[in-house]
Structures are given as C-alpha cells and as structure tokens.
Design a binder for this molecule. Structure first.
Ligand code: FES
Ligand SMILES: [Fe+2]
Length: 439
C-alpha cells in the first residue's frame, strides 16, 4: 500500500527539509518499526533494574513486547513476552520476579530464565511422536537476536546481523562513560521506577527537540523568568539561593544568542551530542566534598579529565536521550504514528555523597518530570507540531538553519563556530533515517 502511494520514500527527505508525511503517515510508521526500531540496538534498561535471579522488567522494542530477565548465572537475557504454546503473554505485570523459572499461566509450560523450555505437563504422554519437545527450539521463549551490555546499560537488537553495540554507538558511548566515570566507584545504579509520559505526537518530534538549542530560551522563557525572580528574592533575603533554582532560571538567563556559542556534533547512525553548558563546575561545599572523594578514587589528573567532560546532552538514535552530567536518561518508545511513550529515569553515582544524588533528583523533578512546567512547555509544542503537520497547511518541515555552514570531517558533522542553534542535528537524524528506511 505504501509502495503504491509513495513509490520513492527517499524523495521525502532533502538535505534541508522533510515531507510532513514522515511524521503523520501510519504506513511509514510501520516501516520505521520494521527497518529502524526492530533492527538497530535499542536500550532495554539498566542491569540494576533486575538485580536478583528471576527478576524481569518489560520493555517495548518497536512493536514487540520484550522481557529483560536475570538468569541464575548472573547473565541478562531479553526475550519475547510470549509463550510458544498458544501465544499467551508470559508475564502481565511491568516487572517482578519469576521465581526459579517462568510458568505460563494458561497451561503451565515452564521455561528457564534464558527462555529454554523446562517442562510441559505430562510431556511424554502428550507429545511423544510429535514435533514438539525439548529439542525443538520452537518450544522455547524466543530470545532477542542479540543482547549486549555496556557499563551496565543493556541493549538488544532484534536483527541477527548488523554492527556490534560499540560499533553502533560509536562516539555516543560517551553518554555512559561520562555518567559512570563521575561515580567514585565507576558505576551507576538506577533509581527504581520512572516517570512515564505519553506524548500525542510522532516519536521523531521528541528526538529533534533534544538538541534543538534554539527552543529553550523561547519555549521555557516564562518558566525561567519566574524561577529567576524567586531566585533573586531568596538571594536578597538569605544571601544565597539553592543551586536547584539555577536549573530553571538558566532558561531565562541563557538567552538565544548565548545558545549559539554551544556546539553540536552529529555522528553516523543519527547520534548527536550537544557540547557545553553543563560543564559548569560549582564550588559549593557539597561539590567540594564530592571532588575530594573523586580525587581519592581516581587521582587528581584523571579527576580533572572526568569532570572536564563538557557535554550537555547525548542523543542515541532512535530512542535514547542522555544527560550524563546529571545522570538523566529518557527512553523513547513509539506507540503509534501520533503516540509516543517516554520513560524518564535517573541514576545514583555509586560512592558519591547524598547531596550529589539530591542534585540529580532536583533536576529530574524540576526539569524532566511531567510535574514541571519545562516538560509541559515542550509537550504543548510537540502536540501542536503534530496537529499542524497533520493539516494541509504545508508539505514540508524546514531544517535549514545554518545549512551550508556545517563542517564535515570523517563522517562527523560539527556546527561552525557560533552556530549552536543550527538544525544540523535534525539534518543528521533525517539523513540516518533515510539510510535506514532504504532497508
Ligand atoms: S499458552 Fe502458555 S502454556 Fe499454553
Ligand atoms: Fe525543551
């Protein structure tokens, strides 16, 4: 059907603009699920979500309901949440513990944690002489074709072939290095449970927004100003305002022209980095106490390298947005052409003092949670974009800002100096999209 209506999808993506159907056509969405989300490496979760044998956590990969599960040997498997007997879902709750094995609630077939068949009630009398039994892999819960773990972050690919996880991540792996290296013990631990937000807009609109340095001082200006006024009042009264106010007031004080000083870097596979901003090194007593612990753990030289990493945001296409300096991660799960689930998580730095965790929690609540006006500001625009794109008011979406000024070296696109608000990251994402969609 898609082929009849749109014989050449590549014509929908030009270097500086994209056809609106890319965001609104349900058949294009289905093809995206097949050719992108159900092929590439998708983030499942952090290993600390399943600490004990038998722990499982449901995760959606493309259209597929999957389970991340911890086995008795400590390994983590990612399985389709489906019983090979008659197709029943193996678990109905989002997360839990399966005990020593999975047991289907319908006819009690049981499975090991890696999905292999363990038993069928009265297997011998029921199945002797049939093709069904322990030697037939069709009797196992189907595993994801590939599972890999980088520094505790578990990814799965539903395609047997393709680049390894590290080849796929390329430079974007800095998201996990930056997050883990900032922990005195070199590891992070997930804070159980996340915020879940369903956005009434296409999944790509969220991803494009993540490195859109033009929007914050516009969209979040009112929130930033209000916070700035309160911050100033507190400062006047007490001589010092809590750091958390700065997380919000920065949206007013970092004006559009200042965002142009930042830099974006776009990589193969659609990944991109926004460099700058969070490199800020506060000198409050909590930070100084943390610095001391870090220097003890790593030595002065390595410590300086670690805290000198100057990244605001890493986008791992097509489904992950990481703010490593503040241990925030948002996973994007497309539900339909106009419905997108985002899971908003944050992490603890192992070995770091409690106030450093509190800072991450403050950012989580004040900037990324559904309760903050920052998130609401964005969601309103995502929805309005999707509504506008669904209309006949125009055929194209423009990504032309600073087009023609990008600096390309070895497949990496750097924005030119003072072009931080460039739409280069969106151009990079759509270039990768077009490559994936060619199949
Ligand atoms: S559907 Fe699972 S045992 Fe029958
Ligand atoms: Fe925003």
């Amino acid at each position: 059907m898609l082929q009849e209506r749109i014989p050449d999808l590549s014509k929908f993506v030009e270097p500086d603009r994209v056809r609106r159907e890319v965001y609104t056509d349900a058949d294009i969405f289905e093809l995206e699920m097949q050719r992108i989300h159900e092929r590439v490496w998708i983030y499942c979760g952090h290993e600390s979500q399943v600490p004990k044998t038998g722990d499982y956590y449901q995760v959606q990969i493309g259209r597929q309901p999957m389970l991340m599960v911890r086995g008795s040997d400590g390994s983590i498997s990612v399985l389709y949440n489906r019983c090979p007997h008659r197709g029943n879902m193996m678990v109905g709750d989002r997360n839990g513990n399966s005990g020593e094995f999975f047991r289907c609630s319908y006819h009690a077939w049981t499975f090991k944690h890696d999905g292999r068949l363990r038993s069928i009630p009265m297997m011998e009398s029921g199945y002797t002489g049939t093709r069904w039994g322990k030697d037939n892999p069709d009797c196992n819960m189907k595993p994801a074709a590939r599972v890999e773990n980088y520094r505790g972050f578990v990814f799965a690919s539903l395609a047997a072939d393709g680049p390894t996880l590290l080849e796929f991540l390329g430079e974007s792996k800095v998201a996990f290095d930056d997050m883990c290296d900032r922990a005195p013990e070199g590891e992070v631990e997930i804070v159980p449970n996340c915020f879940r937000v369903i956005q009434h807009s296409n999944w790509k609109i969220f991803l494009e927004n993540q490195l859109d340095a033009l929007h914050p001082s516009v969209v979040h200006q009112s929130t930033g100003r209000a916070a700035h006024n309160v911050e100033k009042a507190i400062e006047k009264e007490t001589g010092h305002a809590p750091l958390s106010y700065h997380m919000l007031s920065a949206f007013a004080t970092v004006t559009i022209d200042k965002w142009d000083n930042f830099q974006t870097l776009s990589y193969p596979h659609g990944h991109c980095i926004l460099a700058g901003y969070m490199g800020l090194r506060p000198t409050d007593p909590d930070t100084l106490a943390y610095d001391k612990i870090m220097i003890k753990a790593y030595g002065k030289k390595r410590f300086e390298e670690i805290v000198g990493v100057n990244i605001h945001h890493v986008l791992i296409y097509p489904g992950l947005s990481v703010q490593s300096p503040l241990q925030q991660l948002r996973a994007v799960r497309p539900l339909g052409v106009d419905r997108t689930l985002t899971e908003i998580w944050h992490f603890r730095l192992k070995g770091a003092p409690e106030p450093i965790y509190r800072r991450s929690l403050a950012y989580y609540n004040l900037v990324n949670s559904p309760a903050t006006l920052i998130n609401a500001d964005d969601l309103e625009n995502f929805w309005k974009c999707h509504q506008g794109l669904s209309s006949d008011g125009g055929d194209w979406v423009s990504f032309a800002r600073h087009h023609g000024h990008d600096i390309e070296k070895n497949g990496v696109v750097e924005t030119a100096p003072n072009c931080g608000t460039s739409e280069a990251p969106m151009r990079g994402q759509m270039k990768a999209w077009a490559e994936y969609m060619r199949g």
